[in-house]
Design a protein. Structure first.
Length: 297
């Protein structure tokens, strides 16, 4: 449970870290005359997108009253100046007709593949006459890599089942169930290890042990992992990351105001607006340089 809580927190921080990249991607689409649907699982990204695009966007979350939702849909569908529909993936992923959009962007990934399929279908509803492109922003070497691979596998399994070509137990487990199983198995193996995770032979041996233990279990054998070794390595990195360190720094324009800097796994993040919108700021750069040069104790 501790590991799953850590991974959930990692997902939320990662979603926030991708805000700037998503805004840049969507701005490019809007500049080309496109209407775009942007989904996130978390409050901070959707609020940041709505704030950035302002009057060019509408925002729908779980807190949006039911009576107002159709009005937001109508504005996006009919008003030329409204170019971006920002929504929580659950609240905005079901029951809406958003065929004015030809671009769908997922800032972050949900545990359940069906939530993505439902959300994608908002732009594929009856009345859509153009092709639709769906974009998933995946951060390499993070928990994103693990989840995205599982989503791809389960999507392929679902298509095979619909086509009558296959029916596998793996198709009935959502990403979180798979994650729970692999986190439990990997965490036991990682506890007593002191070998760099970049050691390919160690990684191969570790995963072989996990598979062997599952096959030799006294109860019904657990299914083999349905993810690549690269995705599992990303999961192992998240599980063994060093503890984060936090610092407070004053604003350069208003010394009475302070921001929070976090250093974890070789990366620095900051709560200041500059970092939120550009993905980097002076505070974060200076902290990374200081940590690399061992000037922080």
């Amino acid at each position: 449970m501790r590991l799953l809580a850590k991974l959930s927190k990692a997902r939320e921080k990662l979603a926030a870290a991708k805000i700037a990249a998503t805004i840049d991607l969507v701005e490019g689409m809007v500049a080309q005359g496109e209407k775009v649907i942007v989904f996130s699982c978390f409050d901070r990204p959707v609020k940041a997108f709505a704030k950035h695009f302002g009057e060019r966007s509408v925002l729908l979350t779980g807190a949006t009253p039911s009576a107002k939702r159709q009005g937001l849909v109508d504005r996006f569908q009919t008003e030329e100046e409204v170019r971006v529909f920002v929504a929580n993936i659950v609240a905005g992923g079901i029951g809406l007709n958003l065929t004015a959009a030809r671009q769908v962007v997922f800032n972050d990934l949900d545990w359940v593949p069906a939530n993505h399929w439902q959300a994608e279908d908002r732009a594929y509803r009856i009345g859509q006459t153009a092709s639709v492109t769906v974009h998933y922003l995946v951060a390499k070497g993070t928990i994103d890599e693990f989840v995205s691979h599982l989503l791809e596998v389960k999507s392929a399994l679902a298509r095979a089942v619909v086509d009558g070509a296959a029916l596998s137990p793996a198709a009935t487990r959502d990403v979180l169930a798979e994650l729970e199983r692999m986190a439990a198995a990997l965490s036991l193996k990682l506890e007593d290890r002191d070998v760099p995770l970049t050691d390919d032979e160690w990684v191969a041996a570790l995963l072989s042990e996990v598979e062997k233990d599952a096959a030799e279990a006294p109860t019904a054998p657990a299914p083999r992992p349905v993810v690549s070794r690269e995705a599992l390595l990303a999961l192992a990195h998240v599980l063994t990351r060093p503890k984060a360190r936090s610092f407070r720094v004053p604003s350069s324009t208003n010394p009475a105001q302070h921001y929070t800097l976090t250093y974890e796994g070789g990366e620095a993040t900051c709560s200041c607006p500059g970092f939120e919108y550009r993905g980097m700021c002076r505070h974060a750069r200076e902290l990374k340089e200081a940590m690399v040069e061992n000037r922080v104790v």
